[in-house]
Design a protein around this ligand. Structure first.
Ligand code: BMA
Length: 368
């Protein structure tokens, strides 16, 4: 056996350890992840070296002035290409409701997710869960006991168990045409460094947040859910220590990122650059994939926003994906992707024409 073959064999045996090329290639956080889920993570790593996937929340479900129409998609209709990543929202699934807080039926979300997977795209889910203690919505921060109340021993633990039953039933129902579970990037308890959700920084102790995340992951895994890549996404932070403070651990996270919106006079570009540098340092040290998990400029007042503002922030950074927030059908001006007829459409077209901005047609096969 020559030395080349020997080193190849050694590489194969050590494939779950830092790879022979020096790049860390850690496996999925869930050791029992389905083969397609593991393949997705591995392919996303390769893809991130080539460019950043562009995503859009609820892209197939509705858009500016329309709701649940066959073969309609603001993003595609504006620029001629589908996004590569599609975000969906499961808020209120935990209650056993038929539709999400944004009035999208979960049966339809399941259909859309199947369609996306069949076309070779990636699905990600956010969860604006109701406040389990007060019964209010995700933004109800009237009590700092909500997280504590659902952990083992808490008065709402039984309720949370029910919520996890419903969530896991939904995750387990996501199957492709062959009955194979559809891999999903799950992004719960997001923007945790802010204090506007009941799981936010001022609403629970560090250990409580970490326990909430780990407990949720363990409970879903115990229910047989192994088609998830876990995304930890922060809001603002100013140092690696701050970003890392509530990180649930490498065994519970696959993707790390942050949400950032271009609000008027927010110093958006400088802020994103600063947070990106910290994120990339953390991601490299932990062998996790970096992503810009939510972004956008509400109402796209600058029609050149994609080209002039967003693209320079992504170029050469190694983000796996960037996801634009939703184009609401029922809230005038609440949109983040271009739509046909809007002044930003041609800018979006130029943006997606770049080699390192990856739309659905450019990602290849991600599940093998
Ligand atoms: C927010 C807004 C809300 C929406 C929520 C959950 O950013 O878009 O209208 O209900 O996200 O999707």
């Amino acid at each position: 056996m020559n030395s080349k073959i020997l080193s190849l064999l050694a590489c194969m045996m050590l494939s779950t350890l830092p790879s022979c090329t020096g790049t860390r290639t850690l496996p999925t956080s869930d050791p029992d992840a389905t083969p397609q889920t593991a393949a997705l993570l591995s392919n996303l790593r390769t893809l991130a070296a080539r460019g950043t996937m562009i995503g859009h929340q609820d892209a197939l479900a509705y858009g500016v002035g329309w709701y649940d129409e066959p073969d309609r998609c603001d993003f595609r209709d504006a620029c001629g290409r589908y996004p590569a990543l599609f975000g969906w929202e499961v808020g209120e699934l935990e209650l056993g409701a038929a539709h999400s807080l944004d009035s999208i039926y979960f049966n339809r979300i399941r259909d859309y997710m199947k369609t996306v997977c069949a076309r070779g795209g990636v699905n990600t889910l956010s969860w604006h869960a109701r406040n389990p203690l007060t019964g209010g919505d995700a933004w109800d921060v009237s009590s700092d006991r909500a997280v504590e109340s659902i952990l083992p021993g808490g008065e709402k633990n039984a309720l949370y168990q029910e919520w996890l039953d419903r969530l896991s039933a939904f995750f387990l129902s996501l199957k492709d045409g062959d009955g194979t579970p559809i891999p999903v990037i799950f992004r719960p308890f997001h923007e945790l460094t802010g204090s506007w959700f009941w799981w936010g920084r001022d609403l629970c102790a560090v250990e409580q947040y970490v326990s909430l995340w780990r407990y949720t992951a363990r409970e879903l895994r115990a229910r047989g859910v192994h088609n998830l890549l876990w995304a930890y996404s922060a809001a603002g932070y100013g140092s690696v220590e701050e970003f890392a403070e509530r990180y649930p651990g490498d065994e519970y996270v696959d993707i790390v990122g942050f949400d950032a919106y271009d609000l008027p006079d927010s110093g958006f570009s400088d802020d994103v650059r600063a947070r990106t540098a910290i994120l990339l340092e953390f991601a490299a040290a932990h062998g996790k994939l970096p992503a810009l998990t939510e972004t956008g400029s509400e109402g796209l007042k600058n029609p050149a926003w994609f080209e002039e503002v967003l693209y320079p922030l992504l170029q050469g950074q190694g983000f796996s994906y960037v996801m634009l927030w939703r184009n609401a059908y029922d809230i005038p001006g609440h949109f983040y992707a271009a739509w046909p007829g809007h002044a930003s459409a041609s800018g979006l077209k130029t943006f997606v024409g770049r080699d390192d901005i990856l739309t659905l047609d450019k990602v290849g096969s991600l599940y093998e």
